[in-house]
Design a protein around this ligand. Sequence first.
Ligand code: TXA
Ligand code: MG
Length: 351
Amino acid sequence: MKTIVKTIEVLDEQGLKDIEEMAKLLNQGETVVFPTETVYGLGANAFDPRAIKKIFKAKGRPMDNPLIVHVAKKEDIFPLVDEISESAKKLMAVFWPGPLTLVMKKSPRVSKEVTGGLNTVAIRVPKHPIARAFIAAGKCPVAAPSANISGRPSPTRFKHVMDDLMERVGGMILSQDSEVGLESTVVDTTVEPPMILRPGDITYEDLKKVLGEVRVSENISNIDENMIPDKILSPGMKYTHYSPQGELFVVKGRQEEITQKINGFLKKHKGNKMNIGILACDETMNHYKEGLILSLGSILDPKEMGRNIFAALRTFDELGVLKIYAEDISLNNETLALINRLYKAAGYQFL
Ligand code: TXA
Ligand code: MG
């Protein structure tokens, strides 16, 4: 399949013309990649089951893993939902547009292809101006998972999208690096108190300030080696995720212990040390003398680390790294989403 590619940096006259062209593809039942503030998305008309099936095919995604539906403005959710709870209304007022996805009771118009057969639908109004202009131009709700091959790290740079989906999708809008770099926070608003199903840039504390009370799904709250989820609430949480090709381990302990352990692993390794990756931060990267060392950014800036994690995992792949040792990150309100992605990428392998 030939993929039509447009690079849009700003929404000037040419940018808007390109958006119109991509929206036309969407209306013809094609899949189109577009940038959002979280990660790049692979979109299709949510009311066109044939187009939706193309998303699953392009990504190699299991059909029972439901999609998030994106709309350009809050009013556009009415055809999609049967009920908007009081909690949902509060969250919509504060966090939309933005990196928050709300699960609500679906209307009959939303097909089982989108929801994986569930009677709920996940919805988000993205903040990214190009995403909003594209969805508005398409005049339809846009179902869009992250624009990566299933199981690979989510795409936060246009290069990741090209690497994974060139010739597999109808169109691509390429733009700048994703601002957040982690997928949206997913909150189930069909239950009281609402429950966080996937942590993201909008944190537990942010939600609590607005709702008073909020729960965290069991498979993210007790985040350690004992937490391999048994209760799967967000269907996407049950699949291998974000995995680099090299084998990834999270190294636990106090900082000095972590450094010592990793340096020990390096010493034992007989082959080319550049086959060993180390995922560190600005403050610790100088503690390592061998191996392929990448920093996620400053430990004092979890948002910066979140922006870089998926790109770092892909860089290790590109450089043919076979084993990656990642320093553990200490858990708090701001690091929960980052840790959740790191542990999932490692398949909960700890050293
Ligand atoms: O930031 C994001 O959310 C990005 C951008 C493109 O918007 N999208 C994204 O989509 O991350 P995806 O498909 O990679 O992740 C969707 C998540 C999955 O964990 C899925 O199981 C969950 O949302 N989800 C979708 N519909 C759901 C529903 N009805 N109930 C519970 N979880 C749902
Ligand atoms: Mg995804």
